[in-house]
Design a protein around this ligand. Sequence first.
Ligand SMILES: *[C@@H]1O[C@H](CO)[C@@H](O)[C@H](O)[C@H]1NC(C)=O
Length: 425
Amino acid sequence: MRLELSQAATKVFKFFLISYAIVSVIYTAGYLYTTYSGNHHGIIPRAREQQIPIQESLQHQQLNEHTVVWSNAQGSIQAMPENFVMTKIFSDAMGPMNLTPYFFRAKAQFDKEDITMSTLVTRNRFPVLSRLATNHKGPISAAVHINDDEDKDEVIKELRDLYAGNPDMQQFVDLHLIIDTYDRQFNLWRNIAKLFARTDYIMMLDVDFHICTDLRKSIRSNPDIMDRLRDGRTALVVPAFEFEKQADGNDWKTFPANKKDLVQLVDDGKIGMFHNNWFKGHGSTNYTRWYETDDDIYKVTKYDFSYEPYIIYKKDGSPWCDERFIGYGANKAACLYEIYLSGIEYWVLPNDFLIHQTHRYPEDARRKERQYNRKLYTNYREEVCLRYARKFYMSGEWETTKADNLKRECAKVHGFQRNFMTTTE
Ligand SMILES: *[C@@H]1O[C@H](CO)[C@@H](O)[C@H](O)[C@H]1NC(C)=O
């Protein structure tokens, strides 16, 4: 009896032992499987809630000492020096560069659906940036370039003074500092300002323009326009103006603040489209039409590859500016060309506008740079046409409206038709 009992007890005990072993093995296998299989997709798709708050890790303003941590759903898996990651992000630009994102970080919390003024600043434009912060009182992402020379500490001090002296700078301006020996890498700087902007939409703006109207309000209070922005297929053009007499453009306080007053000045011959000596730069906006139109946005139909309007568009999913354009000429136009070819339509805002503020900086012609970039741009257009044509073709979008801009523009590119047709057949 006792023996039988103890045998039964042993059996039960064995049963539990074996069950425990089996459960352990399954559990361990499961754990190992999820841990190691996690590595296969660890670098790119991460769980949303696991994202590293990059800006927090960068608050210390020491240069060059930061890491970027890649993580997957189980946690962090790999850290890399930030400088190394930057060399890949900006691999088309000249390097090495010394970039400090959020060198100053604005105190304000920005609404995700707000529009960030995304702009480039060099030393001679510091006062204009400060003025923009005060007039605009909304999110600004500024890429500031400082030459790596004996003056740089002095220039950084000027920047600190600028912040200390203007609460609006502290409140609204995220400042990303680039220190290197490469001047005028405009498209690289544009990309930096865009990359670190903290809202869904940005306006690619030259810092010396005065924003005459409350354009954030007119956009954000219009549900149809907001839907277009969200959809990512529309870029909004804000028409730009310039006074005929330089002296009239000195003081923004005297600038018109609504369309009616502006059109009056146009009629009086005091103001006109920006750069009217280079009509292709802004002509596609169709100023004649803009003067007549009152409440509806309208589409840019006569596109020109030299068109370089100031646009508001969605950060996510839009092309970056090609960083191979360095120096004057074609850099902004190339950026807008690729955006347009990617299937984004340009629509002109009917009531908002910008006015260029006169500045006295000597602007030598830099003819060599323009000449070089003109050549580069010709090659670039063909390259971008082929690239996007192939992309649309392979992604099954060739027959959709997304390819319309490309089909129309690229038909003008010498050799495109022949090359593309032989590529895809
Ligand atoms: C500009 O718009 C007007 C209509 O207001 C139109 O008649 C004209 O053809 C347009 N010009 C261009 C170049 O699109």
